[in-house]
Design a protein around this ligand. Structure first.
Ligand code: UDP
Ligand code: MG
Length: 336
């Protein structure tokens, strides 16, 4: 940063952090962020009234209690409490849309600080340069377990082959401007996959690289079941290629069975009628399995259409803890 290029007006910056059972990490996260925000404010990258917005995604532990205590001690920390566990993406969305009311720039990050907070400077500089979306991209995955790394990489590659356009090695660590957050609110789908939607919004974007650290306490809140659900959503919410693939594979299997039929008829004509029971059963099972699989994929889309058609609300905000920023008369919007 060059002192000659001093900004007269630093952006009101809100950092949204979804939290699900994060009691073990919150104090540490908060103290690191306090230090970081002091520095960002001093460097005029963020307005002094900037906020960290924790979104409690229906935690069962003392997460909300800790957020309330942090808020009482320091107005930097604010909180939203969702009425129940809605999942990472919905929690994040609720925070982004809420923050868009007050902020010029809105960041998102995980509670475990696996993403390096020291690149926030660079991200905010990019916003000041006029970018609307700044993606945090990790340049290593050394600290993830082998299994996590493998599943994540396979997921990215699979998605790409399915025609879903995401930024490689980018999770939900990014900074967007107010207008991008507002535009995000125009996407009404219930099946949310923010990494796929943000690139669709457009505007000028860029990447900032960092190395991803380890979760310093607690366990990953994504179990295998949540990861698989997330991966399936990530594809079926954006691409109809799987449906096309079913049609193609169905056609190929049909051709193969015609050839098999010819072979069997010739065998029959020649008098060789001892067709093996095993192979008959095998083909029944194989085709039965394929059909079920195909129906399952179609069902996935039908199910999506059903959920979207209902237009159900994606989340409810139970409580808000936010000492309103000076821009808005210093009014306290805390509600219980
Ligand atoms: N999270 C959430 N709701 C959920 C699951 C996770 O808000 O149902 C939050 C979690 O508290 C964390 C972020 O999403 O801040 C990412 O989760 P985690 O760090 O466990 O995922 P990983 O880094 O293992 O992918
Ligand atoms: Mg994590």
């Amino acid at each position: 940063m060059q002192p000659s290029n001093e900004r007269s007006h630093a952006p009101m910056f809100f950092l949204v952090i979804p939290c699900f059972n994060e009691e073990e990490v919150l104090h540490e996260t908060a103290s690191r962020l306090r230090t970081k925000f002091d520095q960002l404010i001093q460097d005029r990258l963020a307005d002094p009234e900037s906020r960290v917005l924790f979104v409690d995604d229906g935690s069962k532990d003392s997460t909300w209690k800790i957020i309330s205590e942090l808020h009482d001690e320091d107005s930097l920390f604010s909180g939203l409490k969702l009425s129940r566990n809605e999942g990472h993406q919905s929690a994040l969305l609720s925070g982004l849309l809420y923050a868009a009311r007050y902020a010029d720039a809105i960041g998102s990050m995980d509670a475990d600080l696996q993403d390096d907070i020291n690149v926030l400077d660079q991200m905010l500089e990019k916003i000041a340069e006029g970018y609307d979306v700044v993606y945090g991209v990790r340049n290593n995955r050394d600290t993830d377990t082998g299994f996590k790394r493998w599943t994540a990489q396979t997921f990215y590659k699979f998605q790409k082959s399915m025609g879903v356009d995401t930024v490689y090695n980018h999770a939900d660590y990014r900074v967007i401007t107010k207008r991008v957050a507002e535009d995000l609110g125009e996407y009404k789908e219930v099946n949310l996959f923010l990494r796929g939607i943000i690139p669709l919004i457009g505007y000028r974007s860029c990447c900032v690289y960092y190395s991803r650290g380890e979760r310093f306490a607690g366990e990953s809140k994504y179990n295998l079941k949540k990861m698989v659900a997330f991966a399936v959503d990530g594809i079926t919410s954006f691409s109809i290629k799987p449906i096309k693939m079913i049609a193609v594979s169905g056609f190929i299997i049909f051709l193969l069975s015609l050839i098999a039929l010819i072979y069997l008829l010739i065998g029959h004509a020649v008098g060789n009628v001892q067709i093996g029971w095993t192979s008959t059963m095998a083909s029944i099972w194989l085709l039965g399995g394929l059909q079920l699989f195909a129906i399952g994929i179609v069902g996935e889309y039908v199910g999506k259409a059903y959920l979207e058609a209902k237009r159900r609300p994606r989340y409810f905000i139970d409580k808000v803890l936010l000492t309103d920023t000076q821009k808005h008369d210093g009014k306290d919007v805390t509600s219980d």
